[in-house]
Ligand binder design. Structure first.
Ligand code: FES
Ligand code: FES
Length: 127
C-alpha cells in the first residue's frame, strides 16, 4: 500500500533534527490525528539553504516531512511557498487516500516557518 519511496523516506528520513539559530521556525498540529511537526529553516538572501524537521507522527508524516524538506532546499521562499502537499505526495509516488491528510502537515509547517521568517524580517526592518 505504500510506495517504495515512502518506505525509503520513512526508514531513512532526510533532514531530521534542529537548526540552531534558524531563521524561520514553526510547529503545526494536524487536527485530524493530533500529530505534530516542527520545521526549522535557514534562509540566506531569500534562498532556503537548509531545512530540518522533527515529527511526532505517523510514517506518512515522517516520509512527507523528509521529502518536503528535501524539496525546499535551494529554492527561493517564493518557490517554496508554491509547493503543495499534492506535489510532495507525487514526489513520493503517491500516498494512500486515507493518508493524504498527513502530507498537509509538511506543507503547512513549511509555510508557517517561512511566515515566521518574513515576520521577523519585517520587525527587523522597522527597528
Ligand atoms: Fe496514529 Fe498519526 S494518528 S500515527
Ligand atoms: Fe497523523 Fe499521519 S496520521 S499525520
Amino acid at each position: 500500500m505504500y510506495s517504495e519511496k515512502v518506505l525509503d523516506h520513512f526508514m531513512n528520513p532526510r533532514n531530521v533534527g534542529e537548526i540552531e539559530n534558524a531563521d524561520g521556525v514553526a510547529q503545526v498540529g494536524n487536527p485530524k490525528c493530533g500529530d505534530i511537526m516542527k520545521v526549522y529553516l535557514k534562509i540566506e538572501n531569500g534562498i532556503i539553504v537548509d531545512a530540518k524537521f522533527k515529527t511526532f507522527g505517523c510514517g506518512a508524516a515522517v516520509a512527507t516531512s523528509s521529502m518536503a524538506t528535501e524539496m525546499v532546499k535551494g529554492k527561493t521562499i517564493e518557490e517554496a511557498l508554491q509547493i503543495t502537499n499534492k506535489a510532495v505526495a507525487e514526489a513520493l509516488d503517491g500516498l494512500p487516500a486515507n493518508k493524504l491528510h498527513c502530507s498537509v502537515l509538511a506543507e503547512e509547517a513549511i509555510k508557517a516557518a517561512i511566515e515566521d521568517y518574513l515576520s521577523k524580517q519585517k520587525s527587523k526592518n522597522t527597528n
